[in-house]
Design a protein. Sequence first.
Length: 206
Amino acid sequence: MDCLFCKIVKGEIPTLKVYENSSVLAFLDVNPCSLGHTIIIPKKHYQKIEDIPEGKINELFSVITKLVKIIPEIVGTTDCNIGLNNGKFAGQEVPHVHFHIIPRFEGDKGSSIQGLVRMEVDKQKLPELAEKIKNEIENEPNGEGTPKIKSDKKETEVKKKEPTENKPQEIKEEQPTKSPEREWQEFNEELQNTPPDYSEARKEEY
Ligand SMILES: [Zn+2]
């Protein structure tokens, strides 16, 4: 298969490995977004996360969790983004599922995951959408339905007490009373006003 990451797994392309076990490989990104930017892949070729069989995904997440405890600290920070570009519309450029760990530094002027896109969404339609998704999950053939129905009922009750439309306003009103939270809010607003442009960086990557 003519897949860059499969070639890396086979050792046909050299890479800076940081971790490897029988099913997962982690290596430093060749065009890092920040110091310590790491790629984590299943050794077997799957294009998207939903292609990975249930039960196998844990192998991947246990490595991600392990690395998150180590990599940011080694590069001198505490935080990181963990990301997956799942499909080409989401920016996936190598068709072999891969997670990113991107260490984040105070004042690095980067964005959050939520800063990737900001579409106009009709919030009035969200309850209907939630119902649709719930119904679809309940109709899944793998027996996911029963426990989901129970937990979803609790969520619905909570939503009725606190209308979703009011939630963002409530949060904004509370934030100015505390200085660190206000800073955080201003920080986020600043980020939203300057959406990131990853296209240049990602083009060069592979
Ligand atoms: Zn592959």
